[in-house]
Ligand binder design. Sequence first.
Ligand SMILES: C[S@@+](CC[C@H](N)C(=O)[O-])C[C@H]1O[C@@H](n2cnc3c(N)ncnc32)[C@H](O)[C@@H]1O
Length: 293
Amino acid sequence: MDQLDLNRRGSILLGDCEVLLATLPPASVDLIVTSPPYADQRKHTYGGIAPDQYVDWFLPISAELYRVLKPSGSFILNIKERVVDGERHTYILELILALRKQGWRWTEEYIWHKKNCYPGKWPNRFRDAWERCLHFTKEKQFAMYQDEVMVPTGDWATTRLSNLSETDKVRDNSRVQSGFGKKISNWIGRDMAYPTNVLHMATECGNKQHSAAFPVELPSWFIKLFTQPDDIVLDPFLGSGTTAVACVELCRRYIGIDISPEFIKIAEDRLSACYPKPLQLFIAEETNGTYNS
Ligand SMILES: C[S@@+](CC[C@H](N)C(=O)[O-])C[C@H]1O[C@@H](n2cnc3c(N)ncnc32)[C@H](O)[C@@H]1O
């Protein structure tokens, strides 16, 4: 199979990502952000993997992802374990351990709080309003542009900073010797602060063409945090093209793969709709070269 031309603004590939990832050169991608099929969940729409087989199914794919990611890159895995026989299955926990054995560093876990999740009643739990966004890296040092995702400081600053204690005015070092510390008075006069690792975002209401689409806001946040314009972002389970749309909006290059011709068509349609007019022809030309496994 030919190697993919990375000078394109964007490429959408139709086929099994385990096969198609082999067409990418090693250490060529800056960020991977993706939401794979959840175990068994959508068997009737696009195939499901039994929870007990999930780790074995995922590892050959993540080995390819490791190969194509740059040493400075990040891999964001949006996933949530399902309930099997009345309890949470452990395949995500097992996957994290297996990925670490494969060489990945489990750098962080962000929580996507789905703030508009619909109400309901379950006999043994409450409605599920969050998903994991696991952050893996190859190295301890990696590209991260924290200033790009700063948030307004908010009302807490007015209250908290108007009445500073003596401790607030000096650096308060961690009592557990972690090396971390805080100096509250540093925040006086600042309008913006760094966010937490909990992302409060509504599920997409406009995109009804894919049963498991994430909102554009979700990949956009990670793309801003971990890449710069013109960097390459890969989504090996592209679905309706949300990650690619985010890349277009943020001037990043993208590579998207999906096994379903139906979803590839939806992704292409979404992309041609969101490109500014002069770019539309260019993209039509680019996607003509859709790869087949
Ligand atoms: C959870 S959905 C992704 C949804 C996507 N984030 C969006 O916003 O539309 C997972 C996708 O993985 C695709 N898929 C499943 N197995 C695949 C494989 N082996 N290679 C590539 N794509 C696959 C499915 O067709 C499905 O569209």
